[in-house]
Design a protein around this ligand. Structure first.
Ligand SMILES: [Zn+2]
Length: 118
């Protein structure tokens, strides 16, 4: 995922912040980080953008909710944002920061979620 794509993702995240982060204080903080990252000069904004997109669980979940998006992005991440689990039926994904004790089940069809590896 290149810098322009990250910018678009960050801009879209800002537009959706009200739904992504219910808490007003946390939302303002995340908005500030996204705005700051978007103001970085072109060509050197990538680390700040990735940091801002990882800054809040609500944003991370939103990024992870779209399998295609995260699959495109994973190759570029220098460190994991958590482990992504994918339903084999491709209708559900979830990110876990801490490995679950047992198997994770898809809430839609009950399939055992598979750990995503790039
Ligand atoms: Zn499923």
């Amino acid at each position: 995922m290149d810098e322009n794509e990250l910018r678009q993702l960050a801009e879209e995240a800002r537009r959706r912040l009200a739904e992504l982060i219910p808490d007003e204080h946390e939302r303002r903080q995340a908005d500030g980080e996204l705005a700051h990252a978007l103001n970085e000069p072109p060509g050197s904004a990538k680390p700040a953008l990735m940091e801002a997109l990882r800054s809040h669980e609500g944003i991370r979940r939103w990024v992870a909710a779209d399998t295609d998006r995260i699959v495109g992005q994973l190759g570029d991440l220098t460190e994991p944002i958590g482990v992504l689990y994918v339903c084999p039926q491709k209708n559900y994904t979830v990110v876990r920061e801490i490995p679950p004790d047992g198997e994770l089940l898809c809430p839609k069809d009950g399939s055992v979620l598979e750990r995503y590896t790039s």
